[in-house]
Design a binder for this molecule. Structure first.
Ligand code: APR
Length: 232
């Protein structure tokens, strides 16, 4: 089987770009109730609160810059064409801005909007509100194009294909608590892939990996990329 590296990233890869993680101390889920801002039921109860939450996240993402970890992963894809697939749970768009192209944003993108009435999807204005009209059908039923708890992540078929082909799965900066992404290590491992976790410290999922690399993503990801390229 030809070498195929699949990489899964989470909020930790963007932490050094200044974007908060969810479950670290003082993280986003310490400041908000997940049920209020990241579920369809929360949106139905209080759409203005949910729009405010994502308007802030959209603004923070727009102001952030990709860090050395995002850039190293884009470099790896460039130097090993066709051999690297990136899957991210992040909605911040920083991997795209760093240059990654073979990329599945499984939880959507905060800089895109989608109409709940006609499913039209378009680049979000900086602020979405209950007054924002869909450019296709004119209804004011817009929401950020992100995947909430209880909803189906994007690109699951393509991701499954990639996991089946993977000879190596590398999981970077995620707590490994949200499924289906948290289950990728078991799927890939059972299919024979070598599994690596890169995280600031050990996570709940660390025991499931063949190798664990601890440290800040902006330092250890470029070092891991150099190691892969040297041994290729
Ligand atoms: N370098 C590497 N890892 C880091 C860094 C860093 N500088 N900073 C934090 N981390 C690690 C933490 O140790 C933690 O394991 O990143 C992980 C972040 O975990 P979470 O906050 O749970 O984020 P994530 O795993 O991406 O969350 C998954 O949950 O709320 C939902 O939809 C949201 O996509 C998100 C999903």
């Amino acid at each position: 089987m030809p070498e195929s590296i699949v990489i899964l990233t989470g909020a930790g890869v963007s932490a050094e770009s200044g974007l908060g993680t969810f479950r670290d101390a003082g993280g986003i889920w310490d400041q908000y109730e997940l049920e209020d801002v990241a579920t369809p039921e929360g949106f139905a109860r209080n759409p203005a609160l949910v729009h405010d939450f994502y308007n802030t996240r959209r603004e923070n993402a727009a102001l952030a810059r990709p860090n050395a970890a995002h850039e190293a992963l884009a470099r790896l894809e460039r130097l090993l064409p066709g051999r690297v697939t990136l899957i991210t749970q992040n909605i911040d768009g920083l991997h795209e801005r760093a240059g990654s192209r073979r990329l599945y944003a499984m939880h959507g993108r905060v800089d895109r909007a989608v109409c709940a009435a006609c499913a039209h999807c378009w680049p979000s204005p900086p602020q979405l509100s209950t007054q924002t009209a869909c450019p296709a059908c004119g209804q004011s039923t817009c929401r950020p194009d992100v995947v909430w708890f209880g909803e189906m992540p994007y690109h699951l078929d393509e991701i499954e294909q990639a996991l089946r082909r993977a000879t190596q799965l590398v999981v970077i900066g995620t707590s490994g608590t949200v499924y289906p992404a948290a289950g990728f290590v078991e799927v890939a491992g059972q299919l024979g892939a070598y599994t690596v976790e890169i995280n600031l410290g050990r996570s709940e999922a660390s025991d499931a990996f063949d190798r664990v690399i601890e440290g800040p993503a902006s330092e250890v990801v470029p070092a891991w990329v150099d190691e892969v390229l040297e041994s290729w």
